[in-house]
Design a protein. Structure first.
Length: 112
């Protein structure tokens, strides 16, 4: 059996950075109303994945598992601050966060 913890740290929108190479032109700040509070940052997210494997026969192995065991929702962002697919889709970033929720899987391996 194995239990894996996937942790994604919180992030802040790059245009709100104090670095002039990242900051938005013309003062794109929350105060100016150009960026909403909900889109200024994404919180940290943790996912737990559980996997178990068992030897069924001499050359047969069964593996069962569950990714995103606790069915944690991904952080959402506004449609104006998300890129087109595949980078962003469904008001989240599916390349980083589990946008489909809990995922069950099974694998049967036989050696010949």
């Amino acid at each position: 059996m194995s239990l894996a913890w996937r942790y994604y740290t919180g992030v802040k929108l790059e245009s709100l950075s104090s670095n002039p190479n990242l900051a938005a032109p013309n003062g794109g700040t929350i105060a100016s109303g150009a960026i909403s509070n909900t889109d200024s940052s994404l919180p940290a997210v943790s996912y737990l994945d559980l996997t178990a494997a068992i030897k069924v026969a001499d050359k047969v192995q069964l593996r069962l598992g569950c990714n995103n065991l606790l069915d944690k929702d991904p952080p959402l962002v506004g449609a104006t601050n998300i890129a087109a697919p595949p980078t962003g889709n469904g008001n989240t970033f599916p390349g980083y966060y589990d946008s489909l929720g809990r995922f069950l899987f099974a694998e049967l391996t036989a050696q010949f």
